[in-house]
Design a protein around this ligand. Structure first.
Ligand code: 13P
Length: 250
């Protein structure tokens, strides 16, 4: 399976800053992109078109960080899959923990977004993960199962194979500098693969599962070497082209 290295720029970067970072990244890679690795930049809505313009002609893809599950309509403040595609982006994040916990998004709404975006032709990075409280209460598996069931049950194998990736991001490891231990990552990724297998059957073996949470150039290669880790979703360390380029090469 190919390895996917993704940058989530969150609510950082104006159009000019996004373009500059994307151009710097391409210059730093010097046309020497590692084989078997794909790269996606998840930019803010306002910088999607500018980022897509900056990476045109390179192997880098662009994605949005959220989407509304309707083609158009009276949904003030929301963005449709068609609008994202129109900016030159081909990916979208669904269910990032900051949206689940800060914006109050439910697992069933995340499921609607996932299904609608896939149907509309976007690839979807479905984010799941437990809080520290849930982990300490021994609810890791129950939380991952509930989040995955609500998002993935009902999707066709075809739709999943065309465009679904899952990112395991323990909430307590995001932006905290506390990377999960190798044992934690191995355990959670094996659980995710198993749960996907129960829901989707053999398709599950072909879906990329990414790890996210305090990934840095220093820890990227050891995390990528773990079983069932097929990529990385990087927040803080993706904001500067130099550090993100080291993670792409890790
Ligand atoms: P950090 O890499 O800053 O911990 O963020 C992870 C994340 O939320 C990526 O989506």
């Amino acid at each position: 399976m190919r390895t996917l290295i993704a940058a989530n720029w969150k609510m950082f970067k104006t159009r000019a800053e996004a373009q500059q970072t994307a151009r710097e990244l391409i210059a730093l890679m010097q046309d020497d992109w590692p084989a078997e690795r794909d790269v996606v930049l998840f930019a803010p809505f306002t910088a999607l078109a500018a980022t897509a313009e900056a990476v045109a002609g390179s192997p880098v893809a662009v994605g949005a960080q959220d989407v509304y599950p309707a083609a158009e309509g009276a949904f003030t403040g929301e963005i449709s899959p068609g609008m994202i595609l129109d900016c030159g982006a081909s990916w979208v994040i669904a269910g990032h923990s900051e949206r689940r916990h800060i914006l109050g998004e439910s697992a069933s709404f995340v499921g609607k977004k996932t299904a609608f975006a896939l149907e509309a032709g976007l690839s979807v990075m479905l984010c799941i993960g437990e809080t520290l409280e849930e982990r300490e209460a021994d609810k890791l598996e129950a939380v991952l199962r509930a989040q995955l069931e609500q998002a993935v049950r009902g999707l066709s194998a075809d739709a999943c194979l065309k465009g679904l990736a899952v990112a395991y991001e323990p909430v307590w490891a995001i932006g905290t500098g506390k990377v999960a231990s190798e044992a934690d990552i191995l355990e959670a990724h094996a659980m995710v693969r198993n749960i996907l297998g129960v829901i989707l059957g053999s398709t599950a073996g072909s879906l990329p599962i990414l790890y996210g949470g305090s990934v840095k150039p220093e820890n990227a290669s050891s995390i990528l070497a773990l079983d069932n880790v097929n990529g990385l979703l990087v927040g803080g360390a993706s904001l500067r082209a130099e550090s993100f380029s080291k993670i792409i090469r890790a």
